[in-house]
Design a protein around this ligand. Sequence first.
Ligand code: SF4
Length: 446
Amino acid sequence: MAKLHLITYGCQMNEYDSERVAGLLKSRQYDLTEDESDADLILLNTCAIREKAEDKVFSRLGQLRALKQRRPDVVIGVMGCMAQLHQAEIQRRAPIVDLVFGSPAIARVGELVEAVRQGRRRILDTGEAPLVKITARPASASRLKAYVTVMEGCEKHCTFCVVPTTRGRERSHAPATILDEIRGLVAEGCREVTLLGQTVNAYGRDLTPPTDLAVLFAQVDAIEGLARIRFTTSNPYNLTARLIAAIRDVPKVCEYFHLPLQSGSDRVLAAMNRGYTRGEYLRLVDALREAVPDIALSTDVIVGFPGETEEDFRATLEAAAAVGYDNAFVFRYSPRPGTPAAAMPGQIAPEVKAERNARLLEVTRRSAAARSDRLAGRTVEVLVDGASRKSARELSGRTRCNRVVNFDGQGRVAPGDLVHAVIDEVLPHSLRGHLAPSEEAVCSWR
Ligand code: SF4
């Protein structure tokens, strides 16, 4: 067997793609290795969403130069968003790279690697290709939880984002192929799926006949043996009353919603081309909470977007405080070459971005702590993952609202069980609890 070392940067879509690549290469006799010096093939699955992410990739390629000099037969490849966006720069700055390919070429990764090996020449494949559902996964992938891509691409054209360029237009996978993939995963022991798309709540509108995520939820819910359904990422613009009702009514859909706000200022939201106002966003949050009072909300926010004034930023602080997120990912705006925002006047100084970043994090940290505190003393459903990382005597799992719970249950329950745990202690990054008393603690099959 040859050895594959895979380095993944960025979002869940990239993690998913990496799993597929490892699965496809497994059938070409490549086994995964953690040790790059032992590898015959090194692939970097890259992210272009922020400059920092790109810098990391170039620095990693620089580190690999010595290895390539020592072992010129090692094939080094770059895939993912940077491959799609910066082919020429990668070739210029990192001549050690033998293979550059975009997401549409993933299905052909085995052939591409073979062609490099046979011809000892560099290959570039970043063109369009038909949408293919790849279900291969490496043996090392989690048995209990899996990502399942339901759509690719995005057509929103937010002015700061490179995704429409790197991932192309919106294309949904047919429900039948998605359901087949999930049935296969469940047959291997999977208990939780996360349905993935750049704008997952726009799912299905490009299909013939059109469908939507609410219908898909009901279809996935009917799969016996599956315990939980999650989904990400949504755009507020596409959040419909039908979807909110489905989150309330479909039993396996978890009460957790990642709804990017990006800014609380209408002026900045318009400049970002987000397609909603702060008022519309807050009304969606009200509708979600009315339908599912206990729903956990998380978000993405960008601080220091071009032209963002102190007043705009205060509007973001107020909106974040008004929502009271369970979790928030705050990013300093990073200009992406080729995007409209990169050329906008009023670029914000790094120190102002840093200061706003810290102020917003303080607000979101407080609301996340308050949201966690409400769980103290409550009995929650936990999907057991396995032994706790902190103590081998404890088990670890996640609540439906996606919080980690460590609890004493060794020998009584097993990974994959759905149990009830009573929360004794709320810690900054996790919860500690004990199994709810009685046989009824285990609320599903093993
Ligand atoms: S909706 Fe998301 S993926 Fe699409 S352009 Fe906007 S930020 Fe990028």
